[in-house]
Design a protein around this ligand. Structure first.
Ligand code: SAH
Length: 244
C-alpha cells in the first residue's frame, strides 16, 4: 500500500464548516495525528488509529506522520481552522527538509478563525489586512511589537491569533498600549470567542473601551483600519481608500 499524508484544516468548530475534501481524506485515513482537542473532533471507527498529542510537539508529530507514511499508512494531520495559518503545515515541511524524504503530501485548506469571525461581524477585513500571532513561543515579543506598530502605521486592519494565555497575561495589555499609541480612541475592535461553537461570543468595542480580559486563547481579535465603521449591528471596512 502507498502511504500518504494530508494536512487538513477542520475549520473553526462547526462540522458544517469542514470541507468535503477534508471529510473524504478522513474517511480514507488509517491514522489521525494532532493536538488532543482537534483529534477529539474526528469520529472513531474501526481501522482508524487516533494519535492525540499535547501542544508544542509539532515537530514530533510531523516526524511521526513521515514515519507512518513511509510504512504505507494514510495519515491525516489535523489542525483547527486552516493548517497553513499558525499550524501544522509548516511543521510538516520543516520535518520534511530534515528527513530528505519525498512522500505524497496534500495540504487541505480550512476556514481560518479570522475569516469565520469577520463573517460574524460583517466585513471588517474588506480592505488590506494582516494576521499576527501574538504568541511569543516561537518568536521574541519584541518582534510582535515591531510588526504590530508597523501594521498600525500602514493602516492595515489586523487579526490577532493566540492573543492571551495564562502564562503571559501581560502581553496582550502591551498590545493594547501600542495600539493606543498608534491609533485613534474610536478604532473598532472585535473580540470573537469560540466562533461557530456553542460557546461563541462576539464583543464589538472601541479601542478606548477595550480591556485585556476581553481576550483569551479561544479568542481571535480583529482590529479595523481607520475607515472601519458600523452600519446597524454590523462592522465593515470600505473597499476603497484614498480614491477620489
Ligand atoms: N490554524 C488555526 C489557528 C491556530 S492558532 C486557524 O486557522 O484558525 C489558535 C488561535 O486561533 C486561538 O488562540 C484563537 O486566536 C484562534 N481561534 C481558533 N479557533 C477559533 C474560534 N473558533 N474562534 C475564535 N478564535 C479561534
Amino acid at each position: 500500500m502507498t502511504g500518504w499524508i494530508a494536512v487538513a484544516g477542520l475549520g473553526p468548530g462547526d462540522d458544517a464548516l469542514v470541507t468535503p475534501e477534508v471529510t473524504a481524506a478522513l474517511d480514507q485515513a488509517t491514522d489521525v495525528i494532532g493536538y488532543i482537542p482537534y483529534v477529539a473532533r474526528v469520529a472513531p471507527r474501526p481501522g482508524l488509529v487516533l494519535h492525540p498529542s499535547d501542544n508544542r510537539v509539532e515537530l514530533d508529530r510531523a516526524r511521526h506522520a513521515l514515519d507512518l507514511a513511509a510504512a504505507g499508512r494514510r495519515v491525516v494531520i489535523v489542525s483547527s481552522g486552516d493548517p497553513g495559518v499558525f499550524a501544522m503545515a509548516s511543521a510538516l515541511f520543516e520535518a520534511l527538509e530534515a528527513a530528505g524524504a519525498d512522500p505524497d503530501i496534500r495540504i487541505l485548506p480550512g476556514i481560518t478563525a479570522m475569516l469565520a469571525a469577520a463573517a460574524r461581524a460583517g466585513a471588517p477585513l474588506g480592505h488590506d489586512f494582516c494576521a499576527i500571532n501574538l504568541s511569543d513561543n516561537l518568536k521574541p515579543f519584541a518582534l510582535v511589537e515591531h510588526r504590530l506598530r508597523h501594521a498600525a502605521r500602514g493602516d492595515f486592519a489586523m487579526a490577532f491569533y493566540n492573543p492571551r494565555s495564562r502564562s503571559r497575561p501581560e502581553g496582550f495589555a502591551r498590545v493594547l498600549e501600542i495600539l493606543r499609541e498608534e491609533c485613534e480612541p474610536g478604532r473598532l475592535l472585535i473580540f470573537a470567542r469560540a466562533v461557530s461553537t456553542p460557546d461563541e461570543a462576539l464583543q464589538i468595542v472601541t479601542l478606548a473601551d477595550a480591556h485585556p480580559a476581553m481576550a483569551d486563547m479561544r479568542t481571535v481579535v480583529l482590529v479595523g483600519n481607520s475607515a472601519t465603521r458600523r452600519v446597524g449591528r454590523w462592522v465593515y471596512t470600505p473597499r476603497s481608500a484614498g480614491v477620489a
